[in-house]
Design a protein around this ligand. Structure first.
Ligand code: 6PG
Length: 268
């Protein structure tokens, strides 16, 4: 069950704020933002599934393929399991990751491992369509550059260009980080490439940069749990520090969806 929906476009953002002065969902910089509050995590997952299936159908009929970047975290796992139960043209679906912990692909912390177990190992997707983040060179800078190059080759894009993924799926931590863009870290300043090195408490990671995420046709955030409320209040505030709350940097050229459960979103 959906409990609340807010749609904000830049031109009516001002009006929206006047009609609902206490509503903090109006972010002047959002291009085309929809915030939905769902009654439960399973309702949120069902909605994310519907959105992804619809974006995949459109992308495949228009461009012959669907490109999606995955996130880690616990919320997307049932979504990946639900996608695995669909009958889809797997050979036309290309899977990337928005970020990865700097561990081998068989490590329990690996975002790739979670998605392979929940989804990719369960379906007949060609291995060549699985574009995992490399983590084995012992130098995250080298692996970030490799993934950057891999993406440029896949999208046939030049250095400095930001190609559009069809969907970038994102989680958000209770510190407002997304992908591996953590508060007050150097990765937040990187805007000249697709991929860089992220840093969580001195543990290095690999992450999409915010301009690459912002180039996507659709960005879908999944956020569940009452612990996300303070961060969400800052992310949706008209004015706050983007460096303190990195999810604020996500202002895609395409559509932005925030899918929240009631615990995260009802009091916003
Ligand atoms: O690598 C990480 O630090 C986590 O994977 C993180 O980025 C995650 O996506 C969010 O913290 C949301 O996690 P939940 O879905 O478990 O709330």
């Amino acid at each position: 069950m959906i409990l609340k929906v807010s749609r904000v476009k830049p031109e009516n953002c001002q009006m929206f704020a006047m009609v609902l002065p206490r509503n903090k969902l109006c972010n002047d910089n959002a291009m085309n933002k929809t915030v939905e509050v769902h009654s439960s995590v399973s309702a949120l997952v069902q909605r994310a599934l519907e959105l992804i299936l619809s974006k995949a159908e459109t992308a495949i009929s228009k461009r012959g393929q669907f490109t999606i970047a995955l996130s880690g975290g616990s919320t997307p796992k049932p979504l990946y399991e639900a996608i695995a139960n669909q009958k889809l043209p797997w050979d036309k679906i290309h899977v990337f990751w928005g970020d990865e912990r700097y561990v081998p692909a068989d490590h329990p912390d690996s975002n790739e491992l979670m998605a392979r177990r929940a989804w990719l190992d369960q379906v007949a997707i060609p291995q060549g369509n699985i574009h995992a983040i490399p983590t084995l060179s012992a130098n995250p800078e080298v692996d970030a550059a490799k993934y950057n190059q891999h993406l440029q080759t896949f999208f046939n894009s030049a250095s400095g260009e930001f190609p559009a993924l069809d969907v970038v799926l994102l989680g958000m931590g209770d510190d407002a980080h997304t992908a591996s863009l953590f508060p007050y870290t150097e990765a937040l300043k990187v805007s000249d490439r697709l991929v860089t090195v992220g840093n969580k408490d001195d543990n290095l990671r690999i992450t999409f940069t915010y301009p690459f995420i912002n180039a996507a046709r659709s960005v879908i955030f999944l956020a569940a749990g009452a612990n996300k409320r303070p961060a969400l209040a800052q992310i949706f505030a008209p004015v706050a520090d983007d460096f303190a709350y990195p999810s604020r940097l996500i202002r895609p050229q395409g559509e932005l969806y925030w899918l929240l459960d009631a615990a995260a979103g009802l009091e916003l």
